[in-house]
Design a protein around this ligand. Structure first.
Ligand SMILES: [Zn+2]
Length: 588
């Protein structure tokens, strides 16, 4: 992965894996290594180990392992280049500016950074309008009425776009040309193609940031009865609404820490929830979720509580989002808030009226999506056969997405009871649906590491560590083909090749080239308690392998003799048998 001489390789050499991992996991020194509670699976006793000598980590519980980049990629849910950047930043290593490939690319990059700059200026402008103008103070009063304190207004960068129609334009025009202003989406051109004017007028503005915290768009709510009530930035070179989740930049820490996200519909909801002290909330800012948004979220967690508006639009948005989340293997719960008085409650209203503690409690008890769906199905007319069929057809696509067979079966029973359906009929429908999806289910590789014999484990460890005689050992193993046919053959092969190269052996790189099962076994062996390797021990291990090899050969010869006792090769086979038996006797 990290090519020799590359920036990634240099960073890796300078970075200390213990220090980087230590920013995420509390590590304790245990012997030569460090250990702590694994950040990738739930555990009470530490099985997560970091080796400062080999610069690798391994978890004996869940089997995750690798070098500092593998760790950061898993932790930050990012790709390799991003991981290199993260590690470099953590270690205070300056990142070289990336070279743009072509003049067009350079131009696009330049345009993008100017558009970001325009948004930054617009943000400053909107915030000033809210605080410093008569018109703006009216908007401020409205926000206060919605329960937003000055503090919150400031924290979420809420601003105001005045009604004039050219206020922002006048501000920006001296610095940027018309095309850039139109490209930014903040300024529109009228139908006849001439006059420019502000896109947002007489609206409260909410800055929308991308994942790294740069403002790339605005959402704007009408102050009066202007339609539409909510107006967002259009798609621009720096903003695509299906790629951005509102509040993601501030939520990602909390999402990773708590390993779940709360998904709400609008900015006001996200702000209300975040203000209640629940930082891991994001808003889809549209009626339903788009696939890129699901993928973005999936980089941080696979668990979501959907808390959309309780109206009809919110319900169907919930159901569409559910389908998408389930397709991407999310564990989904649904929070449907009870009405406040006789008003249907979105998260904003609910928290304002009933308080954050009540909200937190409901959040904690939010039911799995199937319960929510059953409740929805029960609202349908279940008195007729037709109605029941409709209810089943509504539920089936979701239920069949449950990957676990036992769980699916439990749900079938539950649905049958709740909807008063004939259980066998429902089960038949379910298993038919299940068999249709079975072809999509990928079988996971066997994750249990195989038990390798002690001799093989020792030799593997020596190949990885014994700087003094690794190369000679590799030659012996290679020349006598001693590891051929062993369960650990592929691990040996990788280590022998690395050792013969004469370069220092990088355990993480050898591991990266192996399949999951082999990699796990390699890491397990590397983290075992062990003494300093000696050449004498290496030789006695080699002898043991030779012995096993002779035994295997003897068994082969014996089989050949028995298979064709009259064959012309019989004499040769018998001689070979004698030889092998002498060798084995001598070794005893
Ligand atoms: Zn683990």
């Amino acid at each position: 992965m990290a090519e020799a001489g590359s920036f990634a390789e240099r960073v890796k050499q300078q970075a200390d894996i213990v220090r980087v991992v230590g920013e995420y996991v509390r590590l304790k020194k245990t012997g030569k290594d460090f250990s702590g509670l694994c950040p990738f699976h739930q555990e009470k006793t530490p099985s997560f180990t970091v080796s400062p000598i080999k610069q690798i980590f391994y978890c004996f519980g869940c089997g995750k392992g690798g070098d500092v980049y593998n760790f950061v990629m898993d932790m930050e849910k990012c790709e390799f280049p991003e991981a290199v950047k993260v590690v470099a930043e953590k270690c205070g290593i300056a990142i070289p500016r990336l070279k743009e490939r072509s003049p067009e690319e350079r131009k696009e990059n330049q345009q993008r950074s100017v558009l970001v700059e325009i948004h930054r200026e617009a943000q400053t402008f909107f915030v000033k309008q809210l605080q410093g103008t008569t018109e703006g103070s009216l908007a401020g009063a409205y926000l206060e009425d919605r329960g937003l304190s000055k503090d919150a207004i400031e924290r979420f960068g809420i601003g105001y776009a005045p009604s004039g129609g050219e206020a922002l334009l006048r501000q920006l025009k001296p610095k940027y040309n018309d095309k850039l202003l139109v490209d930014s989406g903040l300024v529109s051109r009228d139908q006849s193609g001439g006059r420019l004017f502000d896109r947002f007028r007489r609206r409260i503005t909410f800055p929308i940031s991308n994942e790294s915290g740069k403002i790339v768009a605005f959402g704007a709510r009408a102050l009066g009865d202007d339609m539409p009530k909510y107006l967002n930035s259009p798609e621009t070179p720096i903003y695509s609404k299906s790629n951005v989740l509102y509040h993601m930049d501030r939520a990602k820490e909390g999402i990773r820490r708590d390993d779940y996200a709360i998904l709400v519909e609008g900015y006001m909801d996200a702000i209300a929830v975040a203000r209640a002290g629940i930082s891991n909330v994001v808003a889809s800012c549209g009626t339903s979720l788009a696939e890129p948004q699901v993928k973005l979220l999936g980089r941080f967690t696979k668990r979501v509580i959907v808390n959309y508006d309780p109206d009809a639009a919110g319900q169907s948005a919930t159901e569409r989002s559910l389908a998408l989340l389930l397709e991407h293997d999310f564990e989904v719960r649904v929070l449907a808030l009870p009405p406040v008085g006789n008003k249907k409650a979105d998260p904003d209203l609910f928290i304002r009226e009933r308080g954050k503690d009540e909200y937190l409690k409901l959040l904690k008890d939010a039911p799995p999506y199937v319960d929510y769906l059953i409740a929805r199905a029960r609202q349908m007319d279940l008195t007729t056969g037709e109605g029941k069929l409709r209810a089943v057809n509504f539920l089936l696509p979701y239920v069949q997405k449950i990957p676990n067979r036992i769980l699916r079966s439990e749900w079938a029973t539950r649905i049958a009871q709740q909807l008063r359906l004939d259980e066998p009929v429902l089960r038949a429908a379910l298993s038919k649906a299940a068999s249709e999806r079975r072809s999509e289910v990928k079988t996971k590789p066997e994750l249990v590491a195989r038990a390798a014999k002690p001799v093989e484990r020792r030799l593997i460890r020596m190949l990885a560590e014994a700087e003094g005689f690794r190369k000679q050992l590799a030659e012996q193993l290679q020349n006598a083909r001693l590891y051929h046919g062993l369960e650990t053959e592929r691990i040996f092969a990788a280590l022998v090749i690395a050792s013969l190269s004469g370069q220092p052996v990088q355990a993480a790189e050898v591991g990266a080239a192996l399949e999951e099962r082999d990699r796990r076994l390699l890491y397990e062996i590397l983290f075992e308690e062990a003494n300093e390797p000696t050449w004498e021990e290496a030789m006695s291990c080699i002898e043991a392998l030779q012995h096993r090899q002779a035994e295997r050969e003897l068994a082969d010869v014996q089989r050949s003799i028995e298979a064709n006792p009259a064959a012309p090769e019989l004499r040769g086979l018998l001689e070979k048998k004698q030889q092998l038996m002498r060798r084995l006797a001598a070794a005893r």
